[in-house]
Write a protein that binds this ligand. Structure first.
Ligand code: KIV
Length: 254
């Protein structure tokens, strides 16, 4: 798609029903993101979600997908220790869920791990810029790599990850100009989230894009629907119908 100049569309899913809808609507890539920790489990960060929980979400998603590529985040603590630990975690994801690839956060430090996973036959997507698993090191969710030095390190990391064999790279919350420069230089596709329009694809957390989350409003989110309002309105009507004996009707009864 990159060489054809066709932008890649990626969204997150964590369950069968949503995955089926996304897949049927033509999404290219479904990410079983560790953002499940936030939007499914209600945690403040992505750190608490476990490998078993990610595998459960991935299994549900895979059952709903016929054509999209399914990528699963390796969660915090399941791959940083060493490349063997990462391999064991990635093999569990691939074997137990049936997903097609895994995603890892990090730059040069994880290149040996990326190589080991690829040697074992596991496709790896990278993730640079704002890497939420390192939030306590960064201390904030602000835009990354605004300064020259951090931008230089990020550019080097992208080249090293490509060399190590990642098939695509998520770039999160970096200046648009840097996103464009990296996307132009790399052969592999970049998928941006808050990384500007020149990335080779774009990703959003589905709950943000569909307006299910209301308390998270970064500039990079575009709301394609207001499902929170729609759902709340529907639930209110259901409650009223039940209270007033309007539901069920004769037609809805046996
Ligand atoms: O976990 C996730 O949803 C992600 C996206 C924000 C890229 O990593």
């Amino acid at each position: 798609m990159k060489s054809a100049g066709t932008p890649i569309a990626m969204l997150t899913a964590y369950d069968y029903t949503s995955a089926r809808i996304l897949d049927g609507a033509g999404i290219d890539v479904i990410l079983v993101g560790d953002s499940a920790s936030n939007v499914m489990a209600g945690h403040e960060t992505t750190l608490p979600i476990t490998l078993d929980q990610m595998i459960y979400h991935a299994q549900c998603v895979v059952r709903g997908v016929e054509r999209a590529l399914v990528v699963v985040d390796l969660p915090f603590g399941s791959y940083q220790g060493n490349s063997r630990e990462a391999l064991v975690s990635a093999i569990r994801v691939m074997k137990e869920s049936g997903a097609h690839a895994v995603k890892l956060e990090g730059g040069r430090a994880i290149c040996p791990t990326v190589e080991r996973l690829i040697d074992a036959g596991i496709p790896v997507m990278g993730h640079l810029g704002l890497t939420p698993q390192s939030i306590y090191r960064f201390g904030t969710y602000k835009v990354r790599a605004r300064g020259e030095e951090e931008a230089r390190i990020l550019e080097e990391d992208t080249a090293m990850l490509q060399e190590a064999g990642v098939f695509a790279l998520v770039l999160e919350k970096i200046p648009s100009s840097l996103g464009g420069r990296v996307s132009h230089v790399l052969e592999i596709p970049t998928i941006g989230i808050g990384a500007g329009p020149s990335c080779d694809g774009q990703v959003l957390v589905t709950h943000d894009a569909l307006g299910l989350t209301t308390d998270f409003n970064p500039r990079f989110v575009r709301r394609y629907a207001q499902l929170d309002t729609l759902i709340a309105g529907s639930v209110k009507t259901f409650v009223e119908d039940v209270r007033s004996h309007r539901f069920p009707s004769d037609d809805e009864s046996y």
